[in-house]
Design a protein around this ligand. Structure first.
Ligand SMILES: Cc1cc2nc3c(=O)[nH]c(=O)nc-3n(C[C@H](O)[C@H](O)[C@H](O)COP(=O)(O)OP(=O)(O)OC[C@H]3O[C@@H](n4cnc5c(N)ncnc54)[C@H](O)[C@@H]3O)c2cc1C
Length: 815
């Protein structure tokens, strides 16, 4: 009997790959039984059926590791729960390094894994050979072993999840295509479907787009941004090899290769440096369990290295040469969450060839997020709100994904920049900065000067885990900011105007600090969630009785806009993104006043323009708003200049700057200065999971103010006491570097990761921030311990402080 498609559901999940099946399973587990999953063809018939099935738990950050570990644990249990043979075997995995730089990277990952409670061990080439006798280890310089990693049968994992969902009441239907997502009053109201000649609609408030490589087009129909693009992804499987027994999964990233033993055959898969984007003109309507044509020429270089690495491949016949499409995203991270453009439109998609290992955890996290209305923990790395609308551009995507596939196995050096699809968003100062030696990096599509090369110096990054070629440039810029004056182009800041009769009341409800200040004042604040976690970190300038100007990081703009818009109740407010309207030129350092007075007739004294205020000024022959704030901990101004006047104002400042030794500074220096001052960075040190008091930002929370979001949670935390605190560390040895995710040890025991790090050129050592558990402890107890930081297996003594090590009394900003 064929089942009829329901006409109403609490949620409709689009797509029956591993992602959709996992979301259905986890929603059903939370008691959402009235849900429907629609698959256009058959379950797993898109990408899932042909995955290699590697389940590696070690990811780049704590929460991504948490999710992968959840998947691995779930897949081990799933067979017993559903009676579907998932093929999940914990055979372990080995990653080998062929260079010292790679060894450093994998050893760092091992330190990180220990901080996240993953079982991991550094092993010698000899031990690799013992575990993997077929391997040529002559040039292996190091390796790590994760005994609880594994491999599985991907299609059956999806089928088991689908069965588990059905067992809990979910409806899962095949050969039913979603043809349209309907909206009413700015939110999802239902879907239309087609099954052969039959058509119909389902009324629902919630859709979850799990449509894999179809997700971008589906999203586009509703104006939802889902920038992803398929690439061809290759592996081969040999004929049975006599005597081959169970082996761990093996990764040789320096040769872009992974190996898996399965049923006496070897699989060799590739993440080649320049990939082949696929499906630019759309995907054939009848695509179902399809594969793409072989391309032996493309695979050849990987195979050659493979035969050298595992000589038996040279004699084993090839049973299957497989090429299948998979979605890739511009930053190699997947998409979870609710679309900022459309309420009720959720997604779990864009998996960059780790969809099997990711979907278990991602499905769990998304289901909780849908259920609670707030992410269960920090998911910013994969949050769809990081995607920029321009990234839907297909030419941009096509070029970018040709790079991101290979980056999975490239060296993940700190500060590594993308090589493709660059230059899309530029400040009006771009050419000026370029002419003066700027070396650019990219964030949210914005080109930003990261550092300035000296005359004659190579304008390229030379990546390394040690000091990179710009270290001394950064030191000069950093010391100029501390002792003289530096100029930063911060045009990439997100800028939002909130205006209208109720603007003050609205922001009072959303922000933890007091927004009812006199026009002219600038307030540093956070927007909190109901748990007291930090949703947004920003400065708010009151322009007039009814107009406010919000400044947020460029990378979080869409998230912040979405948060604001979602929370408009019946207040009369208009929220406008004015990012493109103004450039931001920051002059920072003890000589900043002298400099600005040379280009402006206005009065910049503490009496007229004290810290935390703005004034409109004449500058050169133009106008600007001078905001007296700083992210580097010095006297300084952020000048907001109408875009068309920005180049003129820059020229005026640059000319006047010659007299005071003005130095052009890049984003690396902004970061090294802010970390000395222990200013927090959203996404690293502070996230929606981090309580504002534990983050040390209680000074910006006015609990005396009634009715702001998160107030009750803050009061509860005050009452209960802090369970952890954000601490600043300085390594005593001036040599090693901190980036982030190194392991913090308190009295010899790992307590968590460094959340952000950089070099303190003034303080003379690497500086990092990180949380330390402190249940029932006083500040003195926390500081009374001894601290070390583990970097790639080596431990370094660290000094700890709860106050900023640089200018703890904030005297310099008020000079
Ligand atoms: C060669 C290869 C090897 C891989 N190896 C691994 C590995 O070892 N480990 C790992 O973790 N990952 C691996 N992956 C990646 C993994 O396979 C994918 O990330 C994962 O399968 C993606 O699942 P999905 O559910 O997002 O997409 P899909 O499996 O493609 O599912 C999307 C589904 O949506 C359906 N759909 C689309 N539009 C509609 C519509 N309008 N209405 C209804 N249904 C619709 C499609 O028919 C499709 O079935 C590999 C991928 C490839 C190509």
């Amino acid at each position: 009997m064929t089942k009829t498609v329901p006409t109403k559901a609490r949620a409709v999940i689009i797509g029956g790959g591993v992602s959709g099946c996992s979301v259905a399973y986890h929603l059903a587990k939370l008691g959402w039984t009235d849900i429907v999953l629609l698959e256009r063809k058959q379950l797993t018939s898109g990408t899932t059926w042909h995955a290699a099935g590697l389940i590696g738990q070690l990811r780049a950050s704590q929460n991504m590791t948490r999710l992968a570990k959840y998947s691995a644990d779930l897949y081990v249990k799933l067979e017993a729960e559903t009676d579907v043979a998932t093929g999940m075997r914990q055979v372990g995995s080995i990653t080998v390094a062929l260079t010292e730089e790679r060894k450093h990277e994998i050893y760092r990952q091992a330190s990180l894994a220990r901080a996240f409670d993953v079982d991991v061990r550094e092993i010698s080439p000899r031990e690799v050979k013992e575990m993997y006798p077929h391997l040529n280890v002559s040039d292996v310089v190091g390796a790590v072993h994760l005994p609880l990693d594994g491999q599985c049968d991907p299609a059956n994992i999806a089928m088991a999840l689908a069965k588990g969902a059905r067992q809990r009441g979910a409806t899962i239907m095949e050969n039913v295509k979603v043809t349209k997502v309907h909206t009413r009053n700015g939110r999802v109201s239902g879907v239309s479907w087609a099954q052969g000649e039959d058509q119909g609609t389902i009324e629902t408030d919630i859709v979850v787009n799990c449509a894999g490589m179809w997700a971008r087009e589906l999203g586009r129909q509703n104006g939802v941004t889902i920038p992803l693009h398929a690439c061809e992804h290759f592996y081969l499987v040999t004929e049975p090899i006599p005597g081959l027994s169970r082996l761990p999964v093996l990764r040789v990233p320096d040769e872009c290769a992974y190996y898996k033993e399965d049923a006496g055959k070897m699989m060799l898969g590739a993440f080649e440096p320049v990939a082949k984007p696929w499906g630019m003109d759309g995907i054939r309507e009848d695509f179902c369990f399809d594969q793409l044509p072989e391309d032996m020429e493309h695979f050849e270089p990987i195979l050659e290295m493979g035969v050298n690495r595992m000589p038996m491949l040279g004699t084993a016949g090839i049973h299957t040469f497989f090429n299948g499409p998979e979605s890739f995203t511009p930053d190699d991270r997947y998409y979870l969450g609710e679309a900022p453009e459309l309420a009720g439109y959720w997604m779990a998609t864009g998996y960059n060839s780790i969809g099997i290992v990711s979907s278990g955890g991602a499905g769990m996290a998304l289901a909780q997020w849908i259920n609670d209305g707030e992410a269960p923990f920090d998911l910013w790395e994969v949050d769809i709100r990081r995607a920029q609308p321009f990234q839907k551009n297909r030419r941009y995507l096509k070029e970018r994904v040709s790079e991101t596939l290979g980056l999975l196995y490239a060296d993940h050096f700190p500060y590594r920049q993308m090589a493709t699809s660059r230059g899309v968003r530029r400040s009006p100062l771009h050419e000026h900065l370029k002419a003066r030696g700027a070396v650019f990096g990219e964030v949210a599509g914005w080109e930003r000067a990261n550092w300035f090369a000296r005359d004659g110096q190579e304008r390229e990054y030379r990546y390394s885990w040690k000091r990179q070629n710009w270290f001394d440039n950064q030191r000069e810029e950093h010391l100029a900011v501390r002792n003289g004056v530096g100029l930063f182009d911060m045009t990439s800041f997100g800028k939002i105007r909130v205006e209208g009769r109720d603007a003050c009341a609205f922001l009072q409800r959303l922000c933890a600090n007091d927004m009812d200040v006199a026009p002219g004042r600038i307030v540093y604040t956070q927007m909190l969630n109901q748990r007291g976690g930090i949703e947004s970190d920003l400065t708010v300038t009151r322009l007039s009785e009814t107009a406010y100007f919000l400044v947020v990081p460029g990378a979080t703009l869409r998230r912040d806009l979405a948060w604001l818009r979602k929370h408009v109740a019946d207040e009369f407010v208009v929220i406008t993104d004015v990012t493109a309207a103004e450039a931001v030129i920051c002059v920072m350092g003890p000589e900043a006043r002298k400099l600005i007075q040379n280009v402006s007739p206005n009065d910049f004294s503490n009496e007229v323009n004290p810290f935390g205020t703005f004034q409109e000024i004449e500058i050169g022959m133009g106008l600007a708003r001078a905001h007296r704030v700083t992210y580097v901990g010095e006297l300084g101004w952020e000048l907001y200049v109408s875009t068309e006047q920005a180049a003129h104002v820059f020229e005026a400042i640059a000319e006047a700057g010659a007299d005071v030794g003005l130095k052009l500074c890049g984003l690396h220096t902004l970061d090294s200065c802010r970390i000395e001052k222990a200013f927090r960075h959203f996404g690293h040190d502070i996230t929606d999971e981090d309580n504002v008091l534990e983050a040390g930002l209680g000074f910006a929370v006015k609990t005396s103010k009634a009715g702001f979001i998160g107030r009750d949670a803050v009061l509860r935390k005050k009452e209960a006491g802090l369970s952890r605190r954000l601490v600043q560390f300085r390594l005593k040895d001036p040599q090693p570097l901190l980036f982030h995710n190194e392991a913090i040890l308190r009295d010899g025991r790992i307590v968590g990761p460094i959340t952000s790090g950089n070099y303190g050129h003034h303080l003379g050592g690497a500086i990092g921030l990180g949380y330390v558990p402190c249940e029932g402890e006083s500040e003195a107890d926390v500081l009374g311990s001894s601290y070390e930081v583990e970097i790639a297996g080596e431990r370094f003594a660290a000094e700890a402080s709860l106050k900023p090590m640089y200018d703890p009394k904030a005297e310099r900003v008020k000079m």
